[in-house]
Each structure stands twice: as structure tokens, then as C-alpha cells.
Design a protein around this ligand. Structure first.
Ligand code: ADP
Length: 154
């Protein structure tokens, strides 16, 4: 057994159903093969910017984080087998910055993420994936959709 990876990070965009359809099975396989901990992260938006904070209901940011946590726990119950050691994390802010921050915090040695939202042309890489690939200190596996599920817009 090659236990090269200890901490695998999979960032998941909960607002984009299906964006983890291809990346999650690969992250699970890697976690199992390496007996690594799988850290599942979602990044929720930050609503309470100072300029508008006074106009918003109190505790909005906390509610966004709580909703993110509930959604992640549901996903883990449904889609991650019980033999995988899983940690849940909800960060708030700009996705790529928070993905990089989380990778540093958990000392990730592998990040597994989709290249972009499902259904876009295969040569594209989304803004968050591009930033993470460029700036991460660890390996990043960018998972593309299988060829047969691509919408051929080219
Ligand atoms: P697109 O611009 O097509 O949405 P992205 O680069 O944003 O492409 O998405 C690629 C991957 O980035 C997602 O599959 C996910 O791994 C990660 N990602 C994007 N948004 C978030 C988010 N809010 N929370 C966690 N991960 C995210």
C-alpha cells in the first residue's frame, strides 16, 4: 500500500448540483488507496460586507455557514462510504482563496477538483480551478467530465 497522501481536500460547490459527480468518486478512491483523511470543503459567500451590513438581517453570514454545513453533511451521508475518514469544513469568502487557505490549514497533500461546471467545453478551466492549480503548494488533480457526457459546443 502506498500511503503517499495523508490529507486529501475536495472542494465542492454546493450551488452547482453535479459539479462533484466526477471528482468525488476519484477523491474517495484516492483516500481509500492511501488511507488518507478526506476533507470536504464548501465555500459560502460572504453577505455582510460593511457597506450593506446594516440593511441585512442579523446573523446572515452565520446562517449561510450553517446551511453549507447541513448540505455538506447530507452529501457525505449519501455519497461517501462509511469506511472513509471524512472531515467537513465550511469557509466563507472567495472560493479559490478559501480553497488555498483550507489546503494550508489541513496540510493537504492532494486537492481533487472539477475543471469547471458540468457541460462547458472541454478546453475550459474555471476561474477557481485555474487559481488553485497556479497557487497551490501541493498536487492538484483536475477532473474533467468523461467525453461521452460533454455537450459539444465547439
Ligand atoms: P466554473 O467557473 O465553471 O464554475 P470553477 O473553477 O468555479 O468553475 O469550479 C471548479 C471547481 O472549483 C469546482 O468543481 C469546485 O471543486 C471548486 N469550487 C468552485 N466554487 C466553489 C465553492 N463555492 N466552494 C468550494 N469549491 C468550489
Amino acid at each position: 500500500m502506498n500511503n503517499k497522501y495523508k490529507n486529501i481536500l475536495i472542494p465542492i460547490d454546493m450551488s452547482c448540483k453535479g459539479s462533484w459527480e466526477n471528482s468525488l468518486p476519484i477523491a474517495i478512491e484516492q483516500a481509500r488507496n492511501h488511507q488518507a483523511t478526506l476533507h470536504v470543503l464548501t465555500v459560502v459567500p460572504e453577505a455582510e460586507i460593511p457597506a450593506v451590513a446594516a440593511l441585512l438581517p442579523a446573523g446572515l453570514d452565520r446562517r449561510l455557514r450553517d446551511q453549507g454545513k447541513i448540505a455538506l453533511h447530507d452529501l457525505i451521508k449519501e455519497d461517501i462510504p462509511a469506511d472513509i475518514v471524512t472531515e467537513v469544513r465550511v469557509n466563507q469568502g472567495q472560493p479559490y482563496k478559501e480553497i488555498l487557505r483550507a489546503a494550508k490549514d489541513i496540510e493537504a497533500d492532494l486537492i481533487v477538483m472539477a475543471s469547471h461546471r458540468p457541460g462547458l467545453s472541454d478546453y475550459l478551466i474555471g476561474a477557481n480551478a485555474a487559481h488553485v492549480v497556479r497557487h497551490a503548494k501541493c498536487s492538484v488533480m483536475v477532473v474533467r467530465e468523461p467525453a461521452e457526457s460533454k455537450h459539444h459546443e465547439e
